[in-house]
Design a binder for this molecule. Structure first.
Ligand SMILES: Nc1nc2c(ncn2[C@@H]2O[C@H](COP(=O)(O)OP(=O)(O)O)[C@@H](O)[C@H]2O)c(=O)[nH]1
Ligand SMILES: [Mg+2]
Length: 443
């Protein structure tokens, strides 16, 4: 279902996914492509207009998760807005507090009303309801037979109207209610007549059924494959009779998606179920979010967004490492500290009075004395700036060169590098903790 729309949306979004940054220009192009994709899927033009406007506004505001790249944010926005257009959340069937509950199914001929009566009854069996099927298709005797057959297949109760009853619908409706109560049914599912087009006679008939039965749910059954026709007739049924819910059928076929994406906005009634096949178990609860992900057709967009979050975690860790490196204590810094210490006088005397913590604590930890400070400083002076920045590059040959340049033995160069390495490890640990403590725990 929705393959074409999915493919087109994916293409529109891939276009910005290639871009590292969102600009007015590439956003305009993406929005134009999304708009075209929706229109070609036969989505109501007004619904498209509103949808595009909201996607545009939210994309430019970028008020969503900052853990996603701009392009991923747009994908998330599109998914969110598709979900909203589809009704946001699954809405369960309503059952009356004073049984019997009555579901009345209405819609054009061939939309799947009679089939959906069977599907719904079967569904409600699993909710421990005791449904009774009746048909108020009064003109067509075959309609009674069709529903009776379905009831037989499913082992359900059926109440058939006789000739006399079909000519006196008011009386018949009261008979049905009485019969249902007597037989202990807590649910009546009412099939109705359909026409190829909406007409006044049909509407009058349906209003009569509605007025007498006072159904708990009036469910419009629409054929998703007919696109905007299903939406227009839903609107007519809503205006003339009033609806409480929608079942969209034949979503197993090559429906272009237009009906699903328009009908909730146009009727302001929730899609409660979708039909995905001719068999009676092919009825699914309608979940707007899952449907939006399916329409977006990028496998499951949720997993993409989750993946983006995981990627952001990795990026954050890398950034942290970079920060550590940036803030890392280099031999240059070490030399600065040594010079400061030298200016302050005797190190051994000083250390006793210094506050614990920071670089001074680390100095005491690596056992310094005044002469050593001078020697260390001399050796660091003999290093190139790059060596001071990254002591890992100081190999045997460089050590020899530094030793000669500073007039110190090679083992002292080794000692300097070893002690410096220890100091840095200690500082890194405390800095790491400091940085860790600044990272928010959860997003
Ligand atoms: N593929 C598919 N066919 C369906 C679905 N629902 C109904 N049909 C078929 O659509 C045709 C018309 O269904 P029916 O229930 O008689 O429509 P009604 O005139 O509204 O009562 C039948 O052939 C059904 O088998 C569905 O969800 N998927
Ligand atoms: Mg029928």
């Amino acid at each position: 279902m929705f393959e074409q729309l999915s493919a087109r949306l994916e293409k529109a979004l891939k276009y910005i996914r290639g871009e590292g940054k969102l600009t007015e220009k590439n956003m305009a192009e993406t929005l134009r492509m999304i708009r075209l994709a929706l229109l070609e899927a036969d989505v109501n033009y007004k619904v498209v207009k509103d949808l595009i406007e909201r996607i545009r506004a939210r994309s430019l505001n970028q008020e969503v998760l900052d853990s996603l790249t701009p392009a991923q944010q747009v994908i998330k926005i599109v998914r969110d807005e598709l979900t909203a257009v589809l009704g946001r959340e699954a809405v369960p069937l309503r059952f009356s507090g004073h049984p019997p509950t009555i579901f009345m199914l209405v819609g054009l001929q061939g939309s799947g009303k009679t089939t959906s009566c069977g599907k719904l009854a079967k569904w409600c069996l699993s909710l421990h309801k005791n449904p009774l099927l009746i048909s108020f298709d009064l003109k067509r005797p075959a309609a009674q037979d069709q529903l009776k057959m379905i009831a037989g297949q499913l082992g359900l109760s059926f109440y058939g109207l006789n000739r006399e009853q079909t000519t006196l619908p008011q009386t018949a409706l009261k008979d049905v209610l009485l019969e249902a109560r007597n037989r202990g049914h807590d649910l009546i599912i009412v099939d109705t007549a359909g026409r190829l087009h909406v007409d006044e006679e049909l509407m009058a008939e349906l209003r009569l059924v509605k007025d007498i039965l006072q159904p708990t749910e009036i469910i419009y059954v629409g054929d998703a494959m007919t696109g905007q026709d299903a939406v227009r007739s839903a609107q007519a049924f809503e205006e003339k009779i009033g609806l409480t819910a929608v079942i969209l059928t034949k979503l197993d076929g090559d429906a272009r998606g237009g009906a699903a994406l328009s009908i909730v906005s146009v009727t302001e009634k929730p899609i409660k179920f979708i039909g995905t096949g001719e068999k009676f178990d092919k009825l699914e609860i309608f979940h707007p979010d899952r449907m939006a992900s399916r329409i977006l057709g990028m496998g499951d967009i949720l997993s993409l967004i989750e993946k983006a979050e995981r990627e952001t975690d990795v990026k954050e860790a890398e950034e942290m490492a970079r920060r550590l490196r940036r803030e890392e204590f280099t031999l240059d810094d070490f030399r600065k500290q040594l010079r400061q210490l030298r200016k302050m006088g005797s190190l051994s005397g000083l250390l006793k009075h210094l506050p614990s913590g920071g670089v001074f604590k680390n100095l005491s930890a690596v056992d310094m004395d005044d002469r050593k400070i001078l020697h260390f400083e001399a050796m660091i002076n003999s290093m190139t700036p790059r060596e001071r920045e990254d002591p890992r590059m100081i190999d045997g040959r460089r050590r020899l060169r530094i030793a000669r340049g500073s007039g110190r033995p090679v083992f002292e160069v080794n000692q300097l590098l070893k002690q410096f390495g220890e100091m840095r490890r200690m500082m890194r640990k405390s800095q790491f903790k400091k940085i860790i403590s600044t990272i928010p725990r959860s997003r």
